[in-house]
Design a binder for this molecule. Structure first.
Ligand SMILES: Nc1ncnc2c1ncn2[C@@H]1O[C@H](COP(=O)(O)OP(=O)(O)OP(=O)(O)O)[C@@H](O)[C@H]1O
Length: 340
């Protein structure tokens, strides 16, 4: 891949305890492009935390290699690794702030560790706290802030050393839905404005849908499926993906329950980048004299792209099917026959 910031090569992680050996990750190959937001989703115990902690080697692989900017960081000294880690920010589920320090001091802390002079780190921290919208709270203590505000401090702190990569370990799991959206909005903004690559792990497809460009679904320590979020949402291939989508209200298969009483063909139309296919349906129905009834429909937005997917029953003369397919293909609408 051109522009890969991260490349994992055949990563295995085995935990050995007294009475058993557990394969937390088995043969993970993965590339993450610079400037993207990459989501890792899976059920509890699938291996997400182990995987994200591999990216800064907080967790060392039992086998395999981790490359950042094509440099193998499994083969460098601890001192070099510390420098690499300074350029990787990390945001945690429970914020991990220093409770006895003010908001300002929390953000200054990593800068002090990096050896930045006092005045400079003060100015940089003020600038970062303004970026995350906390200018009015810099002298407060973490306990005086809401969960969302504490996470904003966590994000400002993670950005302190101008990282190239931001790792978010369930960054919104402890927050209510509204606060989750505002934190996701902040992360998307940071990605866009500062060009920082973000890797996040989550249990929720809604998080993936809101801000990610690419997604990997992991199951039992392996990658079940991986790709562009739009493709994975619209054409899930693996049963874990389908189950996770269905839990977040995206059920691509409910049309099957209606299919018994339907005459004619069943087709599926998928479109991206246009808000609604309604005018196309009216036009084709009029021009080709076909009756279309909607068995299932979903319209929405994935990140910034509107999309729709409609399952239709077509009542028509046999000779009209070919022009019908041609019409949609000509409109950049994907046309699939689900039942001939
Ligand atoms: N230090 C450890 N020692 C032994 N087993 C571990 C250790 N860390 C993780 N595991 C095991 O490895 C597997 C993967 O764990 P991991 O925490 O990566 O999953 P996860 O997908 O992040 O789960 P969750 O969503 O619940 O956090 C689990 O079976 C877990 O019990």
């Amino acid at each position: 891949m051109r522009n890969a910031l991260i490349r994992l090569e055949n990563i295995h992680k085995t935990y050995t305890t007294k009475d058993k050996t557990l394969h937390a990750l088995s043969g993970i190959d993965l590339q993450i492009e610079k400037g993207k937001i990459f989501g890792i989703i899976g059920r509890s115990g699938a291996g997400k935390s182990t995987l994200i902690r591999m990216l800064n080697l907080l967790e060392k692989p039992t086998q395999g290699r981790v490359f950042i900017n094509e440099r193998d960081i499994t083969a460098i000294s601890e001192a070099e690794l510390r420098k690499v880690r300074q350029k990787i920010g990390m945001v945690f589920q429970h914020f991990n702030l220093l409770t006895s320090r003010t908001v300002l001091d929390n953000v200054c802390f990593p800068l002090r560790l990096a050896g930045m002079p006092k005045k400079e780190r003060h100015d940089r921290a003020i600038e970062l706290l303004s970026l995350v919208g906390l200018t009015d709270h810099i002298h407060k203590y973490p306990r005086q802030l809401s969960g969302g505000q504490q996470q904003r401090v966590g994000i400002a702190r993670a950005l302190a050393n101008k990282p190239e990569l931001l790792l978010c370990d369930e960054a919104t799991s402890a927050l209510d839905p509204e606060t989750t959206q505002s934190i996701l909005g902040l992360l998307a903004d940071i990605n866009k404005r500062l060009g920082i690559t973000i890797v996040l792990i989550t249990h929720g497809m809604d998080v993936i849908r809101s801000i990610c460009d690419q997604v990997a679904i992991i199951d039992g320590g392996k990658i079940a499926e991986m790709g562009e979020v739009l493709d994975v949402f619209l054409h899930p291939q693996h049963e874990t993906t389908t189950a996770l989508l269905s839990e977040s209200g995206v059920d691509a298969n409910s049309w099957r329950e209606l299919v018994g009483g339907v005459q004619g063909r069943i087709i599926r139309l998928t479109y991206r980048g246009i808000a609604t296919a309604q005018p196309l349906l009216s036009q084709v129905s009029r021009e080709l004299n076909v009756n279309l009834s909607i068995l299932q429909g979903a319209v929405g937005k994935i990140k910034d792209t509107p999309y729709g997917q409609l399952v239709l029953a077509v009542d028509s003369e046999e000779k009209q099917y070919a022009p019908l397919a041609a019409f949609f293909k000509g409109q950049d609408v994907e046309y699939e026959v689900l039942k001939p």
